[in-house]
Ligand binder design. Structure first.
Ligand code: SF4
Length: 317
């Protein structure tokens, strides 16, 4: 005769996530590509925050950087060109509990995705936008992008890019309700980690422009910067990122900058001779749109039908 133990319980053990829990797939970027450093940093930030992989979503558009969701052991959405941000905003509207990351590039975000970019910044939903900016269309093999340096020879401008590059920082800072703007390079892992971590901890849309190495198609975009750290101004502040002495030693230009100071942020963003690194601007009080767009999520189907009928009744004659 079989007996049934009535006092059993399902033990739920506390879970601890390692880097392997956030990584997946066979990473297929070129050797020496800066995307590896960014991907590893995101894995580390997630591991250190112990975000459940099933509570995180990576969203992308099209481009080399947009392969990132394939390399995340989380949910992912590899979307259409320039349309990562509307997808991310939609996810956040319906599932504000999820941890949303957007991987996009300079072509994907600043060109075909420019409209969604501006509106996503305005909405200020709680997510991290990482722009892998290598100043070129890499996936389609070297066309001029909005951030290509003037004079760079590309397949679309074989005699050199005609226009000076668009400045993503000043544009971003110009959007109403902006709440977090940072810039960093992919080749300084501690600085990259601290910046991405701060972006992740901020509640609102954290826009992080990452100057990214593409040794195959745009080495000239980052090589002069790698070779001369004096081209950078490192921004530090107790409300910004923690910069330890080992990082600071690499930079000769380190300035105190309060990220609440929008005017000073704009001044640094405009200075293309002394490229700012760190957090330019942070406003924890900006309106987070999902606080409004996610209202009524628990509404039952019956309640929805009743609400629709009530709305129709307003027009009955
Ligand atoms: Fe990276 Fe450039 Fe290769 Fe794309 S083409 S994977 S950006 S090195």
């Amino acid at each position: 005769m079989f007996g049934i133990k009535a006092d059993w319980s399902l033990d739920v053990y506390e879970r601890y996530f390692t880097l392997d829990d956030y990584a997946t797939g066979d990473v297929r970027w070129c050797s020496g590509c800066g995307d590896f450093a960014i991907l590893n940093t995101v894995h580390r930030v997630l591991r250190d925050a112990q975000i459940e992989p099933e509570k995180s979503v990576a969203v992308s558009g099209i481009g080399c950087s947009s392969r990132m969701p394939h390399y995340m052991g989380t949910y992912g959405f590899h979307g259409l060109h320039g349309r990562a941000l509307p997808v991310a905003n939609g996810i956040k509207s319906r599932r504000p509990d999820l941890d949303v990351w957007v991987a996009t590039g300079d072509g994907d975000c600043f060109s075909i995705g420019a409209g969604p970019w501006l509106h996503a910044l305005h909405l200020n939903m709680d997510m991290v936008i990482l722009v892998f900016d290598n100043g070129i269309y890499g996936l389609t093999k070297k066309q001029t992008s909005p951030t290509t340096n003037q004079g760079t020879k590309t397949n679309t401008h074989p005699k050199g890019a005609i226009l000076p590059p668009l400045n993503p920082l000043t544009i971003t800072l110009g959007i109403t309700n902006i709440s977090f703007v940072a810039q960093v390079v992919d080749w300084n892992p501690p600085l990259l980690y601290e910046t991405v971590k701060a972006a992740h901890e901020h509640r609102g849309t954290s826009f992080v422009r990452i100057l990214q190495r593409c040794p195959v198609f745009s080495e000239e975009f980052t090589k002069p910067l790698q070779e001369n750290p004096d081209k950078f101004t490192l921004l530090e502040h107790e409300d910004g990122i923690t910069i330890d002495d080992n990082i600071k030693r690499l930079f000769h230009n380190v300035v105190e900058h309060d990220p609440k100071d929008w005017l000073a942020a704009m001044k640094y963003a405009r200075d293309i001779e002394n490229i700012p690194l760190g957090i330019l601007f942070k406003d924890p009080d900006a309106i987070v749109y999902e606080d409004h767009s996610s209202q009524g999520l628990g509404t039952t189907n019956e309640q929805k039908v009743a609400a629709i009928n009530a709305a129709f009744d307003k027009f009955s004659i």
